[in-house]
Design a protein around this ligand. Structure first.
Ligand SMILES: [Mg+2]
Length: 327
């Protein structure tokens, strides 16, 4: 058997990886020689089982298979290849049938064959079928490449649609999904989680004084500092404008309050100065999830918001915890 392996076929189509399967040695040689003369790669198998073993080692673009073979016939081989699933690369299948064997031909096409070739094999006819096989295989390859690219794009889009473009933390949509998942789980199994609503103090004045470009830079620095001071298990989101939400999973109110106070201190230590030279600070309201009371995200966030309001009223730059709803 010749074993030349050029990178493109002599007629301009891509090189095919071909598997020829026939129990008749003379027929195998004749078909393999035709395949090789077109610049394709070629392996040979003596029956369906042998072919499956070779395909398990390396898939083929094209299988040219006899119908009538010992151990496993051509239609069963085709059926096995087709049952590999949608994620497997496509294998073009040409079935060889005896001249006038209409019943076998139809059964073979029903088993998933793409084309057929009458026996005895006319080499010129076979050449024409190789050309059309190469064209279809090329189309499948392009489709597979495009599908893989779309899959990557869609993963990227999914992440981007849940990220706040300015600060890189989760956005409102991501927060809503996270809370909905948490509430669903909490109803069934219970859950401990605290939510902190964090608002940069007097940020409107900061923007008015320094402009929105510097305002955006300040927002980024604050978000960065917050993220750096949270546990890996906590989740940070931009809620809107200069407001952020922290979800502190498995953290009861008192622990969450301490964690948020540490975070608040770090922000006051950043070198972001207000118009009057004083450091930019943050007010924070914290509420622990009450599984019985908080049927919706809104009621939980509303309690954190009330606590935040109180923090502002008491002079800002502080953490206030919401009283449990049933007290
Ligand atoms: Mg045979």
């Amino acid at each position: 058997m010749r074993s030349e392996e050029p990178s493109t076929s002599s007629r301009g189509f891509g090189t095919l990886d071909v598997l020829v399967t026939d129990d008749d040695e003379h027929m195998r040689e004749l078909i393999a020689d035709t395949v090789l003369s077109y610049g394709h790669r070629c392996r040979v198998a003596v029956d369906g089982l042998h072919a499956l073993r070779l395909l398990a080692e390396r898939p083929a673009d094209l299988v040219v298979s006899d119908w009538d073979m010992p151990n496993m016939d051509g239609s069963e081989l085709c059926r096995r290849i087709r049952s590999a699933g949608d994620d497997a690369p496509y294998t073009y299948f040409i079935l060889l049938t005896a001249f006038g064997d209409r019943a076998h031909l139809l059964a073979g096409m029903a088993a998933g064959a793409d084309d057929y070739q009458r026996k005895p094999v006319n080499v010129h006819e076979l050449e024409a079928r190789l050309v059309s096989a190469a064209r279809v295989v090329e189309l499948h390859r392009r489709l597979e490449t495009r599908t893989a690219k779309l899959r990557v794009d869609s993963t990227r889009n999914f992440a981007a649609s849940r990220t706040d473009a300015l600060t890189g933390v989760g956005n409102r949509m991501h927060l809503d999904e996270e809370i909905a998942t948490l509430l669903g789980r909490a109803k069934r199994y219970g859950a401990t989680c605290s939510l902190a609503l964090c608002d940069i103090d007097l940020f409107k004045a900061y923007n008015d004084c320094f402009g929105h470009v510097k305002g955006d830079l300040a927002l980024r620095s604050v978000a960065e500092s917050m993220r750096a001071n949270l546990r890996a298990a906590d989740a940070l989101f931009r809620y809107g404008g200069e407001e952020f939400v922290v979800l502190l999973f498995e953290q009861p109110l008192a622990e969450a309050e301490r964690a948020m106070d540490r975070m608040r201190l770090q922000i006051a230590r950043l070198s972001i100065r207000s118009a009057d030279g004083s450091p930019v600070t943050m007010s924070i309201g914290v509420a622990e999830l009450d599984v019985a009371e908080d049927r919706t995200a809104e009621s939980w966030i509303a309690r954190a918001d009330l606590a935040l309001y109180e923090a502002k009223a008491r002079g800002r730059n502080r953490v206030i915890s919401s009283a449990p709803p049933r007290m």
